[in-house]
Design a binder for this molecule. Structure first.
Ligand code: 9MR
Length: 340
């Protein structure tokens, strides 16, 4: 008799969900389907649930790809993270225009409410957590807006901080059972961590319904270390927030490295590979020590497809995920799955 081996989702079922970002094209691959079935208890649409994809024209919704993913999750009894409502990217142009001019604040609020209502009604049953607000803080910019480093996005320019509060309130009404998240990158340390803590604690003080923070986790083979990770988890937990690692991938390159094609690696250097595996193991193990951590999602499944193949350098191969290009598990998965 074939012994069913444990996957990541079984190993960590008492601690957190394990997830991956997917597209329709990925779900149609047999190997992806097998990997998901064995290892993942949560899915995120990598792009299909973003504003410009769901509502490319005012009140004309395109549910095709998002429905495909949601129906797959329903069939397989897998939960979904909803990504995302307010973001400065992948928003349609019409949203910020009205009769050829800049949209008024009132209209923008109405459009947002309408979008939230429609999207909630369609995916309420399957989405257990929404990234209501994504990447609203930008500590790299020189604009210090209002009381924090808010990104000077179209949303913020027209709606101010008020529109962020409104989005969470609307989503709570429309999807009362869903957990509501603020999601961002680089928010595990430094100025971004401080700024995010300040923002979230003032939102909570103002009675805004926020349940958790998404730490995206677009990391590097040599970052973050254990201390950084623990400090971030503990700081957010102290505010009473849940934490989800929402978009984890561990790049073979450091941020500022190898911009010249001559410096690209033909394959991931072994030393970096070993460090990367160590990072993955550490992240899962540390997270499992904290009750507040509820999901670890990787931004993709296998190294055959990753957005990092084109970012921050075009056409540079990268190997940032838990499974290799043939969907074979990497040592971190093997070790984690043997850990119980
Ligand atoms: O992986 C996504 C890629 O396919 C899109 O082209 C890109 C558009 O900006 O968005 C990527 O996903 C992002 C996510 O939605 C938010 N955090 C950063 C992710 C990587 O850029």
């Amino acid at each position: 008799m074939k012994v069913m081996e444990n996957g990541l989702k079984d190993i960590f079922k008492d601690s957190f969900l394990t997830g991956a970002a997917v597209s329709r094209a990925i779900l149609e691959q047999e190997a992806a389907d097998e990997t998901i079935t064995r290892h993942f208890s949560s899915l995120t649409a990598e792009n299909a649930m973003k504003f410009s994809l769901l509502q490319p024209q005012e009140n004309i919704f395109d549910w095709n790809e998002a429905d495909f993913i949601a129906n797959y999750a329903r069939r397989k009894n897998i939960k979904m993270r909803g990504h995302t409502i307010i973001w400065h990217n992948q928003t349609p142009e019409w949203l910020f225009l009205e009769g050829g001019n800049k949209v008024s604040k009132t209209t923008l609020f109405k459009r947002l409410e309408n979008h939230i209502d429609k999207v909630s009604a369609r995916y309420n049953d399957i989405v257990y957590a929404w990234d209501v607000l994504n990447e609203a803080i930008d500590t790299d910019s020189s604009d210090f807006c209002a009381d924090n480093y808010f990104r000077n996005s179209e949303w913020f320019k027209t709606g101010g901080r008020e529109i962020f509060e409104f989005a969470f309130k609307c989503m709570r009404e429309a999807s009362p059972k869903a957990k509501l998240f603020y999601n961002d990158y680089n928010n595990e340390s430094g100025a971004k961590l401080d700024s995010t803590l300040r923002f979230l604690s003032s939102m909570l003080d103002a009675g805004v319904p926020i349940d958790g923070v998404g730490i995206q986790g677009h990391w590097y083979y040599n970052f973050p270390d254990e201390k950084t990770l623990r400090h971030a988890i503990e700081s957010y937990s102290a505010l009473g927030l849940e934490i989800e690692f929402t978009e984890v991938d561990i790049s073979a390159y450091r941020w500022d490295e190898a911009k010249e094609s001559a410096d690209f690696f033909p394959a991931m250097p072994n030393e970096r590979f070993l460090e990367q595996q160590q990072r993955f193991i550490e992240i899962f193990k540390i997270a499992s020590e904290y009750k507040s951590v509820k999901n670890i999602t990787t931004w993709g499944i296998a190294d055959n497809y990753t957005w990092l193949g084109n970012f921050p350098v075009k056409n540079r191969k990268n190997w940032p995920l838990l499974f290799d290009e043939q969907y074979r598990e990497k040592p971190a998965v093997t070790e984690l799955c043997a850990s119980l």
